[in-house]
Ligand binder design. Structure first.
Ligand SMILES: *[C@@H]1O[C@H](CO)[C@@H](O)[C@H](O)[C@H]1NC(C)=O
Ligand SMILES: *[C@@H]1O[C@H](CO)[C@@H](O)[C@H](O)[C@H]1NC(C)=O
Ligand SMILES: *[C@@H]1O[C@H](CO)[C@@H](O)[C@H](O)[C@H]1NC(C)=O
Ligand SMILES: *[C@@H]1O[C@H](CO)[C@@H](O)[C@H](O)[C@H]1NC(C)=O
Ligand SMILES: *[C@@H]1O[C@H](CO)[C@@H](O)[C@H](O)[C@H]1NC(C)=O
Ligand SMILES: *[C@@H]1O[C@H](CO)[C@@H](O)[C@H](O)[C@H]1NC(C)=O
Ligand SMILES: *[C@@H]1O[C@H](CO)[C@@H](O)[C@H](O)[C@H]1NC(C)=O
Ligand SMILES: *[C@@H]1O[C@H](CO)[C@@H](O)[C@H](O)[C@H]1NC(C)=O
Length: 901
């Protein structure tokens, strides 16, 4: 029989055994280690409070961790020494050598004072974690530390370590955390860092490291945290950094890094913090970079020389908390996003840049906003009044703004219209305010003189026209695509030195030679304004280089192109990275390489499969391309003052980036709209009969309507899949156009299927869009320049093509159709209808007359394109949003219906 007591005591023993075995509550079994602990206790001067002499170390001593009766961890972080110990604090840890199983040693925030002993690394073969942060250590890192080959974490930050990192540390292949920050280490970042393939966190910030960032750093595929900030690193950011796809935190700030921000950083898909502030980075900021960095929360680019636009995608990054891009040369307008972002506590600082244009609701999501020292204009939105710093801008109704001279000259330099703080243009002659009589006299005098002046003007214009026509007979006709017309714009005369220093970088000939070699294999084509070559810059950025032969007759086109880039910065144009103007005989322009080439080689593409079948762009992409081109042209025609005419719109000018976003190229033909817009209006008036007889694209290539015509051909090409028409002969083209246009009817959707590109899959939904776009194309192809719709309306129609064809049953249709706001519809509609009935000519003709009158009435100083092409009513507000004045496309039907009645 087993009695109760023995069961209880057996149970007790079992529990004790269980505890000792499984919870490792074993007392220290090694007398060597016990002695070594006591030695350490006295050499470091530890207190009885933490390490009481008589008590069991494994159970009672703070920070001593045992396993199986042996010491595996010592953590005296933050301990205070005894009074005696404090008198002569030293790095006296010799006894450590006797702990054969020690895995972690944490002495952070404990005064060690003095250098790390030389032997330190040799006797601790199993040490995995060594934390010596903030221990007031000085001297250099001992070579022997390289013997700690089991180390996974090494923290030496916040000491006074000097000299270079010893090469022996390259043996620490198991390292996952290396923190050497806040010391006085010197030399360059050792290239062997790249062998430490297990690193997930590397921090060497706040030292005196110099030289470049080794490009091999891109091989550290497990790196999540990389901090090289506060050193003296030079040269550019290696593009290989973009390979660190696990990276969450990248801090390269406060160095002397130069060159471009590599677009390759878009490979950092997990990045939450991108800190590049206080360097000398320059050039345009890579667009598209934010499309893949969707985790970004902190972006700091401040105190650099970065130029160009801030990519629109920035504003819609979902997790944004802090954006500081202040003190750069960023330019451009804030996007007018329709996305209603919710307010967050995020902060935004874009101060001290060159931003301009109106303030938009994209700012709504930020709680602290610094917009100071830019060139923003217009009214301040309500939500900005309390939490934003607005000083030193060009804003209306707020204090501490720039002077109107400063603002006006900024806007003029860039060919932009400035709202002049909402006041009238001060340079305009003041309106007559004294007595009615005086007034009437003035009016009579003005009309007499004006009438006389008009006659003189018309005579002059006629003479000019005759001259032009004769000249034209000798030169090639632009519409045939044979060759570009002679530059009719106003490029600065050759020999006049303009500063192009702001227009991208200056490259040396050597750099370019190295980039491309100008070999036949790199030759893309012999363009009319110079040969184009593929190349790769030193920093790995692929580029296209245009070589302009100074012996050719197009030798000055590059000046007007540079001038264009100097004035215009817009994401719809191919980025100019730089130039090389050193040579007498050859000049070079360097553009960003566009991965998808141009539209002519992109519409159809051999599939990668062996059968080599052709794959064509889908409709959505085609419409996106059309809209992109329309945006670019709309910007040139309506947002630049004076308006620019592109003059070379054809498939090969439409470059496409990796996302098929349009980046318009072939900018060597760009010119400002011919002469005085007011005058060209009259000349166009006079040209009507002649040009309509010829049925060509109109006489002049330097009016915006010429671009509209060429764009119409592109639209038609996108619909039909036949982009080549501009390359065929005049007669062929004419026939083809006639045939094709006859299949575009606003009354018959199905008819359009006869011309739609057979290789494109078009379902019922898309067919309606295709139809609408075809109708827009047709209106752009009106033989009469004055009847082609202005680009801004074309853009509007393309953004919402269904509105062009869907009926709107509104009782106000009649009213609206008769108002001058319907002028676009008249234009769109007039061209569409002019061949089918006579009646229809009336609205557009009267529209044209109104145009003529209004442009005579207005003072010639109003150079805005809007008032030229679009007729009365809106010349007063130049930079308005098109939405406000855009007559709904459905008005087309209104007008049409009206005429049918
Ligand atoms: C610790 O090891 C060193 C050298 O291996 C030895 O000289 C010393 O006596 C040992 N200390 C103790 C307390 O055993
Ligand atoms: C030892 O290290 C841990 C963290 O690893 C820390 O929480 C603790 O406070 C440290 N100090 C002591 C005396 O255990
Ligand atoms: C060392 O101790 C400090 C303070 O107790 C702690 O914050 C730190 O994380 C410890 N170091 C390691 C490597 O665990
Ligand atoms: C380290 O600091 C101590 C105490 O401040 C000083 O005596 C010693 O010279 C320093 N050693 C080095 C290598 O700087
Ligand atoms: C420790 O490192 C030193 C110097 O790097 C080397 O000479 C020595 O052989 C190493 N000892 C061990 C045990 O690895
Ligand atoms: C960056 O540079 C500016 C101007 O030199 C300076 O005011 C600012 O403190 C610097 N920022 C950092 C983090 O060093
Ligand atoms: C704003 O917040 C509402 C409600 O919290 C949410 O439904 C909506 O999706 C948010 N909008 C955006 C753009 O995040
Ligand atoms: C004001 O008028 C002058 C010519 O009289 C013109 O050069 C200038 O661009 C105009 N300014 C604005 C803001 O429209």
């Amino acid at each position: 029989m087993v009695d109760r007591r023995s069961i209880v005591s057996f149970g007790f023993l079992f529990l004790l055994w269980f505890q000792l075995t499984f919870e490792q509550l074993e007392p220290l079994s090694s007398s060597t280690e016990r002695a070594a602990l006591l030695e350490l206790r006295s050499s470091l001067g530890l207190r009885s409070k933490e390490w009481p002499r008589k008590a069991e170390p494994c159970f009672i001593w703070k920070g001593v961790q045992c396993e199986n009766g042996r010491v595996v961890g010592i953590n005296i972080s933050g301990f205070r020494r005894t009074r005696i110990g404090r008198q002569n604090p030293q790095f006296a840890v010799d006894a450590l050598a006797n702990f054969t199983f020690l895995q972690s040693f944490n002495v952070s925030n404990f005064l060690l004072l003095g250098p790390i002993p030389d032997w330190f690394g040799q006797r601790l073969p199993s040490l995995r974690v060594l934390d010596l942060r903030s221990c007031s250590i000085n001297g250099s890192i001992p070579f022997s530390l390289g013997n700690l080959t089991s180390l996974t974490s090494l923290y030496l930050s916040d000491n006074s370590l000097t000299a270079q990192i010893p090469d022996t540390l390259r043996q620490l292949l198991g390292l996952s955390v290396l923190d050497l920050s806040r010391n006085s280490l010197t030399g360059s970042i050792p290239p062997w860092f790249t062998f430490l393939g297990n690193l997930s966190s590397l921090d060497i910030s706040a030292n005196f490291f110099s030289g470049p960032i080794p490009s091999g750093i891109g091989t550290l595929s497990k790196l999540q945290y990389l901090n090289l900030s506060h050193n003296s690193l030079t040269s550019s950011i290696p593009i290989q950094v973009g390979n660190l796809s696990s990276l969450v935190d990248l801090d390269l700030s406060v160095n002397s890094l130069s060159g471009l921000v590599p677009p390759d950083l878009r490979g950092l898909r997990n990045l939450e913090r991108l800190i590049l502030g206080n360097n000398t980075l320059g050039g345009p900021f890579p667009e598209n970079i934010f499309q893949s960095l969707l985790q970004l929360q902190f972006i700091v680019l401040s105190h650099n020389n970065i130029s160009g636009a801030l990519p629109d995608e920035l504003w819609s990054l979902p997790r944004l908390r802090f954006v500081d891009v202040s003190w750069n040369n960023f330019a451009g307008m804030l996007p007018n996003s329709s996305l209603i972002a919710n307010a967050t506590s995020a902060e935004l600082n874009i101060s001290h840049n060159l931003f301009y244009g109106g303030l938009t609701p994209v700012l709504r999501r930020f709680s602290f906003i610094d917009l100071s020292s830019n060139y923003f204009e217009g009214m301040v939105l309500d939500f900005l009044l309390n939490n934003a710093s607005l000083d030193s801008n060009c804003l209306q109704n707020v204090s501490n703004q720039k002077t109107s001279v400063e603002c006006a000259s900024f806007y003029t330099e860039r060919g932009l219209a400035f709202d002049n703080f909402g006041r009238r243009n001060l340079t305009e002659p003041p309106a007559a305010e004294n007595g009615g009589k005086n007034n009437r006299n003035k009016i009579i005098l003005a009309s007499v003189l004006g009438g006389f002046g008009l006659i003189v003007l018309m005579v002059l214009v006629l003479i000019l026209l005759l001259l032009c026509a004769r000249k034209r007979r000798n030169s090639n006709h632009r519409g045939n695509g044979v060759g570009p017309a002679p530059a009719g714009g106003s490029p600065p005369p050759p020999g006049v030195l303009i500063s192009f220093s702001t227009v991208g970088d200056s490259f040396t000939y050597q750099q370019l030679l190295q980039a491309t070699g100008f070999s036949d294999t790199n030759l893309i084509k012999h363009g009319h304004a110079g040969d184009l070559f593929n190349g790769v810059l030193e920093n790995g950025i692929p580029v296209v280089i245009r070589r302009i032969d100074m012996c050719s007759n197009k030798k000055d086109a590059y000046i007007s192109e540079l001038d264009f880039f100097r004035k215009v910065s817009h994401p719809r144009f191919v980025p100019l990275l730089g130039h090389c103007l050193d040579n007498e005989n050859e000049k070079f322009l360097v553009y960003k390489h566009m991965p998808n080439g141009d539209l002519s080689n992109c519409l159809y593409r051999k599939t990668t499969s062996e059968d080599g079948t052709l794959q064509s762009l889908d409709w959505i992409t085609r419409l996106k391309i059309a809209t992109g081109v329309a945006e670019a042209l709309s910007y040139l025609h309506h947002e630049c003052n004076p308006p620019f005419v592109h003059r070379d719109i054809q498939a090969s000018s439409i470059l496409l980036d990796d996302k098929y976003e349009v980046r318009l190229g072939s900018l060597s033909e760009v010119c400002t709209q011919e002469g005085d817009p007011h005058q060209s209006k009259i000349t166009r008036f006079l040209r009507f009969p002649q040009s309509s007889e010829q049925g060509t694209s109109g006489l002049s290539t330097s009016i915006c309507a010429y671009d509209v015509y060429c764009f119409g051909k592109i639209l038609l090409g996108l619909v039909t899949g036949k982009l080549g028409i501009s390359g065929s002969s005049d007669i062929e083209e004419k026939e083809w156009l006639e045939q094709t246009l006859s299949c575009i009817s606003i009354y018959d959707k199905e008819l359009v299927t006869k011309i739609v590109d057979p290789s494109m899959i078009v379902d019922e939904d898309f067919l309606e869009e295709v139809w609408a776009v075809a109708i827009v194309a047709r209106s752009c192809l009106n033989p009469k320049p004055s009847r082609r719709p202005p680009m801004k309306y074309v853009l509007k129609a393309l953004e919402n093509p269904l509105k062009v064809v869907r009926e709107e049953n509104s009782s106000s249709a009649r009213l609206r159709a008769t108002s001058s706001r319907g002028s676009w519809n008249a234009a769109l509609f007039g061209s569409w209808r002019q061949s089918s009935s006579d009646v229809t000519a009336i609205p557009s003709a009267s529209g044209a007359r109104i145009e003529g009158v209004s442009s005579l009435k207005h003072s010639p100083t109003t150079g805005s394109q809007g008032s030229n092409q679009n007729g009365g009513g809106d010349s007063s507000s130049r930079r308005r949003h098109s939405k406000e004045i855009f007559p709904e496309p459905s008005n087309v039907q209104d007008v049409e219906r009206l005429e049918h009645e």
